[in-house]
Ligand binder design. Structure first.
Ligand SMILES: [Mg+2]
Length: 196
């Protein structure tokens, strides 16, 4: 830092926060595969986050997620890594911001291990139960509810939403939904966040 320049506090750092499941890690494809293994042929199909699904469906999800090594085995999601590379290219410090499942505490450790394996040991990882409390200029996250909560706490921030069936049609003045074809719009949003 040059002499005379103000110290850079935590609230001015150029940080881009990245979600894991459905953003960098392919939760949906792996969960669908594992659900098929425990389904009867005539079982109805529910969306993974359908709150109206019967209780047994949620219990199946919990049992699958509770297997040791399950989170660590999730494959990388190319859409999220496009955005990660762009954020790094623009100079952002990339940090991971992921939810720690309240009933699956083993997942907290596996999520950190996943980041070390697929992004590198230098990346800082926050596992939390409230994403809105964590500072950043950009939040990349596939879940509209988390993005809206975070934007409410970060009025100059921008949200980038990797396209998933669950966020189809989601719009907001400070959100770009990235579907693999509109990286230039994402770049413009990230630049606006940098200057904010
Ligand atoms: Mg997610």
């Amino acid at each position: 830092m040059s002499k005379g320049s103000p110290p850079q506090g935590p609230q001015t750092r150029q940080i881009a926060l990245f979600d894991l499941d459905g953003t960098l890690a392919d939760y949906e494809t792996r969960m669908r595969r594992d659900l098929r293994r425990v389904q009867a042929p005539d079982d109805p199909i529910y969306a993974l986050h359908d709150r109206r699904a019967p209780k047994y469906f949620g219990v199946r999800l919990d049992l699958i997620k509770a297997q040791t090594g399950w989170w660590l085995s999730l494959p990388k999601l190319p859409l999220g890594f496009d955005l990660l590379r762009l954020a790094q290219e623009l100079g952002f410090q990339v940090q991971v911001l992921t939810m720690g499942p309240h009933n699956t505490v083993s997942a907290w450790a596996e999520k950190v291990q996943w980041c070390h394996r697929h992004i590198g040991r230098a990346v800082k990882v926050t596992v939390t139960e409230d994403k809105s409390l964590v500072y950043g200029k950009v939040l990349v996250d596939d879940t509209p509810r988390y993005v809206l909560d975070w934007l409410a706490q970060h009025p100059d921030g921008w949200g980038i939403v990797p396209a998933q069936p669950s966020n189809e049609g989601f719009t907001h003045p400070r959100v770009v939904r990235y579907d693999g074809t509109n990286l230039s719009r994402v770049r413009a949003a990230m630049r606006a966040a940098w200057k904010s």
